[in-house]
Design a protein around this ligand. Structure first.
Ligand code: ADP
Ligand code: MG
Ligand code: ZN
Length: 563
C-alpha cells in the first residue's frame, strides 16, 4: 500500500529541512508527482530550485534516493549543504579512498543515508550495478539530464547507459532534470532513459530581472569601457570565444584601471580556484572568461554579463546570461555579434570529427543564434519559444521591446549595396563591402582600385553599424547569399535582380539606437596619403593667400582645389 502525503506534510518538510516557507515554480507539483511514484522530466532554469524536487521526496519515502550528477564539485557542494541541513547524504565518486567508501556502504546498510550521489561513470559500472540492485532505492534522479542527448551541449556517452540503472528499478519514480533542453533534447532524454510516459514539467524560463541587448561587434573594447563606467563597482562577466581574447580583454580592462582577471581551461586548477574566490569576495570586479567559467559558480550579485563573441547556440547563451542577477535584482546583458564570429563557429562545427547529422543540428542551432541577434521582434519571446514556451505578449525589457526597430522603404539602400557588390564582381565580404560603400581609405581598397568603382562612398552617410544591420537583413531576406566556402564573400541572388532591375521594393528595419550610435561614430579614417595631400593643399592655400595679398592676384586664377 502506497503512502499518501498531504500538502501540509510536504510543506512542513520544506520548512523543517530547507527553511523555506513556500515552493517556487512547479516544485510542489513535481514533488507530489514523484511521491505518487511517477516519472517526470523537469525543465527549470538554472537557479530555479531543481534539487529540492528530488531531495524533498527522498525525506518522505522509505529507503534512499539515488542521484546521478556529472560534476564532482557540484556533488560535493550538494552533499555538504544537505548535511548542514541535517539530511544524511553521501557521494560516490572517483576521488574517494577505500575507507571512505567502506563508511558509505556501512551507512547505507544501516539506513543512515537519504541521498546518494553518484557520477554517471560510476553508476553504470558492473560493480555498482551489482551492489545497488539489492538496495532500497526510493527514487532515481538524473540531474543535468541534457547530457543524455547528443542534441544537447555537453553530451556524455556514459549517460546513455543510464537506462540500465533505470530498468533495474522499474517501480520507483524516475526524474530527469535539466536547465537547458530544447524540444529535440527533451524527447531524446525521455527516449534514451526509457522513462515511462513522463510528465513534462516546464517551468517558465523567463528571467524577468534580466534585460537583453544585442549590438553588432564594432568597437567592442570602447563599448565595454563605457559600459563599465556606467556600472561602477558592479561585478560582471565578459564571455569570450578564445583563451587569447580573455587575456587580451582582461589586460585592456586592467590598463583602464579595473580589477579584472581572465579565466580559461588552460590555467591550473589552483589559479582558477583563486580567481573564482576573489570574484566571489568582490575583490575582482570583472572576469573575462571562456565558457569554462560558470559551471557551478554561485555568485548571486553578478550585475551584468557581456558576450564579447557570438555564443554557439541559444542554450549556451541563455545559460551564460542566466548567471547574472541570481539575487533577483535587475541585471543587464549585452551581446556583440559579428559575421566573423559566426564564421569561426561554423568552421569549428564543419571541421569537427562529429557525425554529419550531429553537425547539421549544431549548424542549425548556430543559425538560430544568429537569427536571434538579428531579431526584429521581442528577443525574450524568441528564446522562450526556442525552449518550447510560446506566448503572445512581449517582454517589454529587451532592446527590441524598448526601442522597436522601425520599418522603412530601404530600396535605395539595398540597391546601393547590391550594385556595389556586383561592381566588385562579388569578390568581397561584408566588411569590405561596407568599407567601399562608406568610402574608406583602407590600403586594401586603394590597392585593389575599389575606390574607382562608381558606388564607392555612395553610403558614407550610413554608419558602419547600420550597414551591418541592413546587410544582415538583406541576407535574411534572401537578397545576398554568403559563400562560407570562399571567405564569406557576398553574392547577389536572383531575388536581388528583381530589386535592381524590376522595380521590386524592400522594407528594412531601422533602429533608433543605431541612429544615436552612428552620430557618435567618426567618419572613415583618412589614409596617410590623404593626410599628406591635405597638408600639401593647406600649404598651397597659404601660399596662394600670401601671393594674393602680396601681388593682388585673384587666388582662383593660380590655384584651384582641383589642382
Ligand atoms: P538549480 O539546480 O535549478 O539550478 P538549485 O536547486 O541549486 O537550483 O537551487 C538554487 C537556489 O534556490 C538554492 O540556493 C536553493 O536553496 C534555492 N531554493 C530552492 N527552492 C527554493 C524555495 N522554494 N524557496 C526559496 N529558495 C529556494
Ligand atoms: Mg542543479
Ligand atoms: Zn522583449
Amino acid at each position: 500500500m502506497d503512502q499518501i502525503f498531504t500538502k501540509e506534510q510536504v510543506l512542513d518538510t520544506l520548512k523543517q529541512y530547507f527553511g523555506y516557507d513556500q515552493f517556487r515554480l512547479q516544485q510542489e507539483a513535481i514533488i507530489q508527482h514523484a511521491l505518487n511514484k511517477k516519472d517526470s522530466l523537469v525543465i527549470m532554469p538554472t537557479g530555479g530550485g531543481k534539487s529540492i524536487c528530488y531531495q524533498l521526496p527522498s525525506l518522505l519515502l522509505d529507503g534512499f534516493a539515488l542521484v546521478i550528477s556529472p560534476l564532482i564539485a557540484l556533488m560535493k557542494d550538494q552533499v555538504e549543504s544537505l548535511k548542514a541541513n541535517g539530511i544524511p547524504a553521501a557521494s560516490f565518486n572517483s576521488t574517494l579512498r577505500g575507507t571512505e567508501e567502506q563508511e558509505i556502504f556501512h551507512d547505507l546498510n544501516n539506513g543512515n543515508i537519504k541521498l546518494l550521489y553518484v557520477s554517471p561513470e560510476r553508476a553504470v559500472s558492473e560493480r555498482f550495478l551489482n551492489f545497488i540492485q539489492r538496495q532500497p532505492v526510493s527514487l532515481l534522479a538524473i540531474d543535468e539530464a541534457h547530457c543524455v542527448s547528443a542534441w544537447g551541449n555537453d553530451f556524455r556517452p556514459e549517460y546513455i547507459q543510464l537506462n540500465k540503472l533505470i530498468n533495474l528499478f522499474p517501480n520507483i519514480p524516475h526524474m530527469a532534470l535539466t536547465a537547458t533542453a530544447d524540444k529535440a533534447t527533451q524527447k531524446d532524454i525521455a527516449d534514451q532513459l526509457d522513462l515511462k510516459s513522463p510528465e513534462l514539467f516546464l517551468s517558465s524560463f523567463e528571467r524577468t530581472n534580466l534585460n537583453s541587448r544585442v549590438v553588432p561587434g564594432q568597437n567592442r573594447i570602447q563599448r565595454i569601457l563605457r559600459y563599465l563606467e556606467d556600472r561602477p563597482g558592479q561585478p560582471g562577466i565578459v564571455y569570450c570565444l578564445s583563451r587569447k581574447s580573455t587575456e587580451q580583454v582582461a589586460e585592456k580592462l586592467q590598463n583602464a584601471g579595473y580589477k579584472a582577471a581572465y579565466y580559461h581551461a588552460q590555467m591550473s586548477g589552483e589559479q582558477r580556484h583563486r580567481i573564482q574566490e576573489n570574484f566571489q569576495k568582490d575583490e575582482l570586479q570583472v572576469i573575462c572568461a571562456t565558457i569554462a567559467f560558470g559551471m557551478g559558480i554561485d555568485k548571486s550579485n553578478i550585475r551584468w554579463v557581456i558576450h564579447y563573441n557570438l555564443p554557439k547556440n541559444l542554450e549556451s547563451y541563455y545559460q551564460e546570461i542566466g548567471r547574472a542577477g541570481r539575487d533577483g535584482l535587475p541585471s543587464d546583458t549585452l551581446l556583440f555579434y559579428s559575421f566573423a564570429d559566426y564564421k569561426i563557429l561554423r568552421e569549428f562545427i564543419v571541421d569537427s570529427e562529429a557525425k554529419d547529422d550531429f553537425k547539421q543540428v549544431q549548424l542549425a542551432k548556430l543559425n538560430r543564434m544568429m537569427e536571434y541577434c538579428q531579431a526584429t521582434s521581442c528577443r525574450t519571446n524568441l528564446v522562450l519559444s526556442y525552449f518550447g514556451e510560446h506566448r503572445e505578449e512581449s517582454c517589454g525589457r529587451c532592446d527590441i521591446c524598448t526601442h522597436p526597430p522601425k520599418g522603412f522603404d530601404g530600396t535605395v539602400i539595398v540597391q546601393k549595396a547590391l550594385s556595389a557588390c556586383k561592381r566588385l564582381k562579388e569578390q568581397v565580404n561584408m566588411n569590405l563591402l561596407i568599407d567601399v560603400l562608406r568610402g574608406s581609405h583602407r590600403s586594401e581598397i586603394i590597392e585593389q582600385g575599389y575606390d574607382k568603382i562608381k558606388t564607392y562612398g555612395a553610403g558614407s552617410n550610413i554608419s558602419r553599424n547600420e550597414w551591418v544591420f541592413f546587410i544582415t537583413q538583406m541576407i535574411n531576406q534572401g537578397l545576398f547569399e554568403v559563400d562560407y566556402t570562399d571567405g564569406s564573400k557576398l553574392k547577389a541572388t536572383l531575388l536581388a535582380q528583381e530589386v535592381l532591375f524590376n522595380g521590386k521594393t524592400v522594407t528594412l528595419s531601422q533602429w533608433e539606437e543605431f541612429k544615436k550610435a552612428s552620430q557618435e561614430e567618426r567618419k572613415p579614417q583618412k589614409s596617410k596619403t590623404q593626410l599628406f595631400e591635405e597638408g600639401l593643399f593647406d600649404a598651397l592655400r597659404k601660399l596662394r593667400k600670401q601671393l594674393a595679398e602680396e601681388q593682388g592676384v585673384p587666388p582662383y586664377v593660380i590655384f584651384s582645389d582641383n589642382t
